[in-house]
Design a protein around this ligand. Structure first.
Ligand code: AMP
Length: 209
């Protein structure tokens, strides 16, 4: 299975990807996680990406495209992969398409997790990640156990201001890639509002239909 998870910031892509990889047993490739790791390590790529990320802006295409195409060419992706957060612009979608054509493989599905804008700010700003397990919590909707609260991380770009910029970027840069996948007949729309377990069921249902 070669698939992509698309959706606005706070749609639940990371949460759903973590659940889905147990079922599909394919690598979960999150461009955001890879960039955050590069920032933490202080690599040249991380230093370049940091300013864009803090402001909620997109990291330039040439940086992200190289990083992801290199990752999906690794042997563990030969039988499939789940991309989360990439592609996010038309040039990224085209670069992925061209690389897959060169490799003689095809995408099976693009899952679009739809959540109204009005819910995104609260979802993203209440998000906390456990650095030890990678588990994503929400202070109100999926509260973490009391004993781990002190070690949870609040992303630098999960602030009201950065989330507003990220939502705007989603509409101006990412939403235009949707017709590209619709035309290929592989776009699956999923309602992303509700209990995370139910949303996982919705995704597995559209993927098996
Ligand atoms: P995410 O964890 O997917 O919400 O991504 C966090 C941030 O990383 C984004 O707001 C961007 O600054 C950057 N980023 C992640 N993926 C991409 C991408 N495909 N293209 C450009 N920037 C990205």
């Amino acid at each position: 299975m070669r698939m992509i998870l698309v959706g606005p910031p706070g749609a639940g892509k990371g949460t759903q990807a973590a659940r889905l990889i147990d079922t599909y047993r394919i690598p979960h490739i999150s461009s955001g996680d890879m960039l955050r790791a590069a920032v933490k390590e202080g690599t040249p790529l991380g230093i370049e990406a940091d300013t864009f990320m803090k402001a909620g802006k997109l990291v330039p295409d040439e940086v992200v495209i190289g990083m992801i195409l290199e990752r999906v060419a690794k042997p563990d992706c030969a039988a499939g992969f789940m991309l989360d957060g990439f592609p996010r612009t038309a040039p990224q979608a085209e670069a992925l398409d061209a690389a897959m054509r060169r490799a003689g493989v095809e995408l099976d599905a693009v899952v679009l997790i739809e959540v109204p804008d009005a819910l995104l700010e609260e979802r993203a700003c209440g998000r906390r990640t456990d650095p030890q397990t990678g588990t994503i919590y929400h202070l109100k909707y999926n509260p973490p156990p009391a004993e781990i609260v002190d070690r949870l991380v609040h992303r630098k770009d999960d602030t009201v201001e950065a989330v507003m910029t990220r939502v705007q970027k989603y509409h101006s840069e990412t939403a235009p890639i949707i017709p590209f996948y619709l035309a290929k007949g592989i776009l699956k729309r999923v309602d992303g509002v509700g209990d995370p377990d139910i949303i996982t069921q919705r995704i597995t249902a559209v993927l098996s239909s």
